[in-house]
Design a protein around this ligand. Structure first.
Ligand code: ATP
Ligand code: MG
Length: 548
């Protein structure tokens, strides 16, 4: 997909999309390789006891075809939503490929979701079927009465449960299935946004979405596939990050993907996986990278063979980038995207496309700009809305059953992102903050990321978030919520030290006038800080203080 040109400007100029008339994600990630190289390994499952299992493309293709046939036999048809509520593993990948081959719409859901989150998404999507395990089954049992459209529950377990059919029975059989002859724009996949700024929205994607990811993916993984490449991500495959920044594009390129059991993120376990499975390529979101820091000098303890690491979903920050360079021995390529339109800005450290604090440049194939409220492109150095120009194969088809929200997302041919950013003369984009997170203080507009990055560099700070707190004099003041490292005492002295740290490094108007020490920050299931909740907390404090 991506021509092997090492010079960014030439690469960007030379890249051309080649979108075929028919394209089916399921066929592209399984049958295509099964025909070419059936014994090739597509998935390897890490097991903590050392009994790792492998799946070949031949078996992947056969089982996903059988499963597609099984779904069809249960009257699940083209265009219907089939939820996948499974941890990383063979079953989840097989279910994905099967649903695409059937021409149905895959709806990945995170196992971390509680019953309310599940009910909201299943109801909103009108899911006809759910593929899950016993943990999902238990949660589903509590809400099944609220889901009249749900007709089929497939259980990936040995034992049978009432009202379900077994995954194994559905994926058995001949494995012959005529895949739906889908067009690139036919719906394939629906992923709910993370719900950081409000209720999550269903972003509907066509089969083309996988093709749309390929150039940006190959760009930051330095022309993957290379011999010996092997991909792993600690991110849930139910999230756009895990599915589209790791699983599907790797399978497309014939690069084996390591799956690992769902559990609370554990830094030592993560290093064990990278070592034992000889992981060479990884997608590790900033939150997970920051958690890895708890292991000191990991390269003295684990044999790491990482070639490329990509990171996105939140601002990476210089501190974490520098830590990774020293501790992991790789320069992390930060990139940027959203569920609606992913990997559109990217660094490529191996190509020298990287700048401290920046997310990178427009990824090959994508037109990205900073625009104003009227859709006019702003000159370098001006803060404005990050926007992507349509048509773009990676762009969503629209929000699920929400014409209005879809329309509101566009100004002419520019898709707005809800994010503020700035581009420099060289074409590097820097993230400033989400629209709602930008702080207005004494006439200045302040992005929280820079303050948070600075706070993260303080030796006592583990995690930090900055929000605007309403203030009668200054409109807002910067308030920081800080989680201290274990063993550090909270108190006025510590707060003063942290305040001075920021004052000495950033502009005077950016330092947090108030600091609150907290045990944890509110995070989405994908590990993003929900500043909205902190802002509400700060606003309530301000109201209480003014007696209103
Ligand atoms: P919702 O849209 O429901 O509020 P969300 O925007 O968090 O949730 P996602 O689509 O998962 O849902 O996240 C995309 C957002 O993540 C981007 O719009 C941006 O705000 C943030 N993001 C992604 N990559 C980066 C990055 N490299 N630096 C800073 N922020 C990033
Ligand atoms: Mg969003």
């Amino acid at each position: 997909m991506l021509p092997k040109i090492e010079d960014y400007d030439e690469l960007y100029r030379e890249f051309r999309w080649r979108i075929p008339e028919r394209f089916n994600i399921g066929v592209a990630v399984s049958d295509a390789w099964a025909a070419r190289d059936p014994e090739r390994i597509c998935l390897q499952h890490f097991s903590p006891d050392g009994a790792h299992l492998a799946l070949t493309y031949r078996d992947f293709a056969a089982r996903s075809s059988a499963f597609a046939g099984g779904l069809a036999a249960h009257d699940v048809g083209s265009g219907e939503r089939v939820a996948i509520l499974l941890p990383q593993g063979f079953e989840a990948a097989i279910a994905h490929a099967a649903i695409y081959k059937l021409g149905a719409i895959a709806l990945p859901l995170a196992l971390l979701f509680g019953v309310e989150a599940l009910a909201y998404r299943l109801k909103d999507a009108g899911a006809a079927a759910v593929v899950t395990n016993r943990f999902g089954y238990e949660r589903l049992a509590a809400i099944r009465g609220e889901l009249p459209e749900l007709r089929l529950v497939v259980l990936a377990e040995e034992d049978e449960k009432p009202g379900t059919v077994r995954f194994r029975d559905l994926a058995a059989g001949q494995g012959r299935f005529d895949p739906a002859e889908t067009k690139p724009d036919d719906p394939a996949l629906m992923i709910y946004t993370s719900g950081t700024t409000g209720p999550p929205k269903g972003a509907l994607h066509g089969h083309r979405v996988l093709l749309g990811h390929l150039p940006g993916f190959q760009f930051h993984h330095h022309f993957l596939p290379q011999p010996g490449d092997r991909m792993w991500t600690p991110a849930d495959w139910a999230w756009a990050g895990g599915l589209l920044n790791a699983l599907l594009p790797s399978l497309f390129f014939g690069v084996p993907v390591v799956s690992s059991p769902a559990q609370k993120f554990d830094a030592h376990m993560a290093f064990r996986i990278i070592e034992e499975m000889e992981v060479r390529n990884a997608f590790i979101p900033p939150t997970a990278l920051r958690l890895l820091k708890s292991v000191e000098r990991p390269r003295d303890r684990y044999a790491l063979k990482l070639r490329t690491v990509g990171s996105a979903g939140e601002a990476l920050g210089r501190e974490t980038f520098e830590w990774a360079r020293a501790a992991l021995g790789v320069e992390v390529s930060e990139f940027y995207g959203q569920t609606e339109c992913n990997i559109v800005i990217s660094s490529a450290t191996d190509l020298g496309v990287a700048k401290a604090g920046s997310m990178g440049k427009a990824a090959p194939g994508h037109q990205v700009a900073i625009i104003d409220g009227e859709g006019r492109v702003l000159p370098p150095g001006t803060v404005g809305q990050v926007a992507i120009r349509r048509p773009d194969p990676v762009m969503f088809l629209g929000y699920w059953r929400n014409e209005e929200a879809t329309e509101a997302k566009f100004i002419g041919d520019w898709m707005t992102t809800g994010d503020q950013g700035v581009m420099d003369e060289e074409g590097y984009f820097t993230f400033f903050g989400r629209d709602d997170d930008v702080i207005t203080s004494s006439g200045y507009r302040i992005g929280p990321s820079e303050i948070e990055d600075c706070l993260a560099g303080h030796p006592d700070v583990q995690l930090a978030a900055a929000v605007g707190k309403p203030d009668p004099l200054r409109t807002e003041i910067v308030k920081a919520y800080v989680v201290l490292k274990p063993g550090v005492a909270a108190g006025d002295e510590t707060a003063a030290g942290i305040r001075d740290w920021v004052k000495n490094r950033l502009s005077m108007h950016e330092y947090p006038r108030e600091i609150a020490f907290v045990d944890s920050l509110p995070l989405t299931t994908s590990g993003k800080v929900i500043r909205r909740l902190l802002r509400e907390k700060a606003a309530a404090e301000a109201r209480a203080a003014s007696g209103g």
